[in-house]
Ligand binder design. Sequence first.
Ligand code: ADP
Ligand code: MG
Length: 399
Amino acid sequence: MIDQNIPLSQLAEQTAQQFQQRYGRAPKWIAAAPGRVNLIGEHTDYNDGFVFPMAIERYTVIAADRPSVTGRNDINWHCARTNQTASFPLTKPVPKAEPKHWTNYIRGVFAGFQNRGLDAGPLDVLMASTVPLGGGLSSSAALEVATATLIEIVSNQRLERVTKALLCQKAEHDYAGMPCGIMDQFISTLGEQDHLLLLDCRSRAPELVPMTDPGVEVLIVNTNVKHELVGGEYAQRRRQCEEAAKALGVPALRDATADALEGNKGKLDPVAYRRAKHVIGENERTEHAAHGVRASNWPTVGQLMYASHLSLKDDYEVSCAELDAVVEIAHDIGIDGGVYGCRMTGGGFGGCCVALVQTDATKAVAAQIADAYEKRTKIKPTLFVSRPAAGATVVKGGV
Ligand code: ADP
Ligand code: MG
């Protein structure tokens, strides 16, 4: 029932073997970066608020070497996962591929290093990944941060880690056309084993919060649905939040309190009010949850997760029937059955739920959720467990 994680060392070994098969020699460099799950703090990032993600034991691994022929000035990149190969020239700036092409994330990172005067030079590359693509676990940031880590070792020059994360975020903005916040690239770069990252999206101050209690595990349930929305929901939510902040007379919703919102309820239309209510409440819940994790107070963290889900469903309106089904099933299992809490994670409208589960009940809980979810939706979910993992790693060739 539980989809097993392949340890990074094993995945790197497999990637090196695939590189050898494809190019006839061993790779000189291997870099990796993880995907992530956000425990709580959803749709708070662009409101200057708090997020609380952890890196997961799912990685994008990139093996590379110089081309065996001289005179090339391009990047030749094979993706083992999708069996696609692409190449792009290292002209300045690196050209964009057509919109939504998978190499845009990579090209954007190469361009970011060029802007800093750092040229990686020509490469043969083979990439593998165990992060689900497009499932809300940030395969995009894993790809960007792994690419940046590769360029660092190839060029023998390290960036300061926050600079590196921001370079990757800019790649996603400029080359992939996705105006994302800082969470994904920060956690994929700065994550530490057995720690979550409480991130203040205004000051960008990262705070590592230990989560070492062996009695609790994070279960990730992929609904395996993704509802394509025509209405530009993300941009609309951002706009509604900005309008609400303006009406409340604050720079961002991060600065508003629940009391101020209630006091000014008349100034906001009902939709803007509910959007603001979610963001203000979610920021409070996120800081509160960080205290809960520090104290290993899992029932409290779990309750905050359920409250977050309800707020995302009713006030922010970014959930969907499949995500709600997982949370309801988890809630029915309850603490007695081993579940502390559960919520949708990521932008919404599909993707994954995250649940906090008692370690000795994980297998039974996963089986119950999978069965009940399939009965209700006729869709098979994918489930896996992760401990908080380390961020970007040099597997081979670093100095
Ligand atoms: P998420 O980050 O939640 O997985 P995104 O839509 O932001 O979803 O990014 C997914 C896209 O990133 C994929 O559609 C693909 O274009 C690209 N991508 C990420 N990782 C890989 C990979 N290992 N191989 C090929 N493409 C990838
Ligand atoms: Mg993404």
